[in-house]
Write a protein that binds this ligand. Structure first.
Ligand code: AHR
Length: 751
């Protein structure tokens, strides 16, 4: 292959293309990036957050002690009113065991212990951590006590003990234990190893505080189980009210909006906050009237919190938190994956108010959780009409889908709103997944319409998995960089400032895969009872009628086989349950299939999916709910690679299945304007190496490469199975290089 680069012809400005997305799921914040070692530091855990939680989760008694948690009228932090009352015998007290299977303590690591405590009369307390101890005399008024503890040994299942050597009754409102060695030594800080692993990627932006996290909750912005409200995450850390996290745990909000903005500042990237659009998308709750206006005002006030002076209410909060200088705030996303017309009405009001407050803020709308379909098209049409700056797209697909769609955005128009690919991942952390994502990212870099993109989710505590795959795994003492992490990092660190054109002679697409649409057809009840009648399967060989039947629970009904084109029609009436059915088709011996889901998720949608060897993909989705006791005529038609579904004669979904047509190399090229470096990214997703010659004069050519078998995966026991290596190629007028199979290579040609 011959790859000719044209560095003098500047193309698409790459701006802030590759960034990060943080969501507090998988205990990404508490027990994760947020460096607090104490679980339930303020005794606010509650079954409202998760049924098995209680006010003493994470705590145990030591010796002869009775502990009771009560709401105290005089609690030092009114937003967290619970205090533990400890009636301790001689030498007895209370101990915290930390997150997951146990608190990690490292010999010689200096940790700051902060207690808010009081006793009936002056009482000596002793705090112990792995051989390190300190004493306090606690008086009868609430006071803050601080000391440094330094464990004498490294222990995986450590305990922080607070004991009364002579016995007595004392009260604790807050107990915090944080290493001093946090990221950038911040006091209310981040776990250094995790934060550094993120910062060293050199992200251009950070989307926070999450996806579903921002749109699941009751509509009361002041409630513990209310929708995420950034205002409750700022100010003195001990007084930030606890929140029920929709990923089934408790959020202290110790990592709040101030800390997110600070983290962005430290990493040198743009903050990209997401605010709720006045609706809970999961439970279809919509704020009205004054309540809705409060959501709008919260979004507007965020601009003051970030950039306003001390004369503004929320700018003052930032100043009082020790940051008089404004933060950057270029982007603001309203909503996460809202696919209802109602969102568009809400967004219009948000856009009006935000633009009035600060017309420089760039607004991000949403196209929902799927890469195509009616709500997706509506999201885009609306964004164009409203002249939004970006449309946030989300999808989690098979690696095969990413390969088949490597040029997905090639023909998206470059004018009007730009693509913000706010969440994407292929289903897995193996090299195969990283390769498919890398191939896709060359397309993201090259497509003029794509402005911002970030992998999701970012962090996962290995003992608290809500969602996988994830980019960076960790436990209480270790971190694990996945193959996907390395790809993201390589693309970020070598992004470049603007793309440049290239010609790759000999890089023609290889023959298309043989994608078989034929196979078994089966109807599945989705934990729902349905009456099916008038069932007719038509294929080019003729028509088959099946007897009427009733399905319940997870019953299945085999319909037959179709070698290729077919039409299946049936009448469905729901007689019990809460969802609908799925029709699986094209199921072959290889286990791959398509399916049409009718009334899926929360009986709220209808989608066409494609299950492949390495994962499933949703190809298109529409809003649809099945009603009880009403006959609906469902028709599924496959013609060639076009799949169409109809309800009562109206098209509900339509999609063309795209087969994989691999290229020898997936390429993207850019220049770094400061250094003058020309950067070539080359992804070889096949086993066969590819010989290439690149005519370009350079003084040095530095290569960074990730190369491993498709099945390779980093684990805590073998964390470097997939790891980039850096090496140099001979400099001169041209570079000849053989790109190995299963590799992602960055070549940096220095002028
Ligand atoms: O990244 C996990 C979840 O996937 C996000 O919370 C949500 O936005 C998406 O559906």
């Amino acid at each position: 292959m011959h790859i000719k680069l044209y560095p003098e012809q500047k193309g698409k400005p790459l701006g802030n293309l590759f960034g990060l997305f943080f969501e507090d799921l998988n205990h990404a914040a508490d027990g994760g990036l947020y460096a607090e070692r104490i679980q339930n530091r303020d005794f606010e855990f509650d079954p409202a957050d998760r049924p098995d939680y209680h006010a003493l989760t994470g705590w145990k008694t030591v010796g002869e002690a009775a502990v009771e948690v009560t709401q105290a009228d005089d609690a030092p932090f009114p937003n967290n009113p619970h205090v533990a009352v400890i009636r301790a015998g001689v030498g007895a007290g209370i101990a915290n065991t930390g997150w997951g299977s146990g608190m990690f303590a490292e010999a010689g690591e200096r940790c700051r212990l902060v207690l808010w405590a009081k006793a009936d009369a002056d009482l000596r307390l002793r705090a112990e951590l792995c051989g390190s101890e300190t004493t306090f005399t606690v008086g009868p008024a609430w006071s803050r006590y601080e000391a440094i503890l330094m464990p004498e040994e490294t222990v995986d299942r450590a305990e922080l003990r607070i004991l009364a050597p002579a016995g007595g009754t004392f009260r604790l409102a807050t107990v915090s234990l944080m290493p001093l060695d946090t990221y950038k030594s911040e006091e209310n800080g981040l776990r250094r190893d995790l934060a550094e692993a993120l910062a060293e990627m050199k992200p251009k932006f950070l989307r926070f505080p999450g996806g579903c996290l921002t749109h699941d909750g009751t509509l009361d912005p002041d409630a513990r189980d209310g929708i995420y409200n950034w205002k409750r995450t700022v100010g003195p850390v001990e007084n930030r009210p606890a929140r029920r996290n929709n990923w089934h745990y408790h959020q202290t909000m110790g990592l709040g909006f101030f800390e997110y903005f600070r983290f962005c500042e430290d990493m040198g990237c743009e903050p990209l906050p997401v605010v709720n659009a006045g609706m809970d998308t999961h439970h279809l709750r919509f704020a009205e009237g004054e309540l809705f206006e409060r959501y709008v005002q919260d979004a507007v006030d965020l601009i003051d919190f970030a950039k306003g002076g001390p004369e503004t209410e929320w700018g003052r909060v930032r100043c009082e938190m020790g940051h008089p200088a404004p933060f950057r705030l270029r982007y603001l996303a309203v909503g996460n994956e809202e696919i209802y017309e109602r969102f568009h009405r809400n967004m219009a009001r948000f856009a009006e108010a935000i633009r009035k407050k600060d017309p420089t803020v760039e607004l991000i709308g949403t196209a929902g959780p799927v890469c195509g379909g009616k709500p997706y098209d509506m999201g885009w049409a609306y964004a164009r009409e409203q002249k939004l700056d970006y449309v946030d797209e989300h999808y989690y697909q098979s690696p095969e889908w990413f390969l088949a769609h490597a040029d997905h955005y090639r023909d998206y128009p470059a004018d009007g709103p730009k693509v913000f690919l706010g969440e994407y991942a292929s289903w897995g952390n193996r090299m195969r997944n990283a390769l498919a994502e890398a191939a896709y990212m060359t397309g993201l870099q090259s497509a003029p319409a794509v402005a911002l993109a970030c992998y999701a989710p970012m962090l996962c505590h290995a003992e608290y998995v809500n969602w996988q795959p994830d980019m960076l795994w960790f436990d209480n003492r270790r971190i694990l960089k996945t193959a996907n992490y390395h790809v993201q990092s390589m693309f970020m660190r070598h992004q470049g400032d603007c793309s440049i054109p290239f010609e790759a002679v000999g890089n023609d697409p290889l023959p298309e895969e043989a994608l078989d649409m034929g196979g078994k057809i089966t109807v599945f009840a989705d934990e729902t009872d349905v009456r099916l009648s008038d069932i007719v399967l038509s294929t080019p060989d003729g028509e088959t009628k099946l007897p009427d039947t009733t399905l319940g629970g997870r019953d299945t009904l085999p319909i037959g086989d179709a070698a290729g084109d077919f039409t299946l029609s049936l009448t469905m009436r729901r007689i019990g349950g809460h969802r609908g059915i799925a029709i699986r088709f094209g199921e072959g011996e290889d286990g791959e299939f398509f399916d049409w889901t009718v009334g899926g998720w929360q009986n709220s949608d209808s989608g066409i999916g494609h299950r492949r060897k390495y994962g499933g993909s949703c190809l298109t989705q529409s809003n649809f709910s099945v009603e009880d006791g009403r006959d609906i005529r469902l028709t599924l038609s496959v013609r060639g690679r076009t799949i169409t579904s109809f309800v009562d004669g109206e098209i509900l979904n339509e999609t063309d299945v795209k087969p994989i047509r691999l290229k020898p190399l997936y390429l993207a090229a850019s220049v770094d304007e400061r250094s003058g470096d020309v950067i070539l990214k080359a992804v070889n997703v096949r086993e066969e190496p590819v010989d290439a010659v690149i005519p370009l004069t350079c003084s040095r050519c530095i290569a960074e490469q990730l190369c491993a078998a498709p099945d390779a995966e980093n684990t805590f026991d073998n964390p470097d199975a997939v790891k980039p290596v850096v090496f140099e190629l001979p400099a001169g007028e041209q570079t000849a290089y053989t790109f190995p199979g299963d590799s992602v290579t960055i070549l940096r040609f220095k002028p």
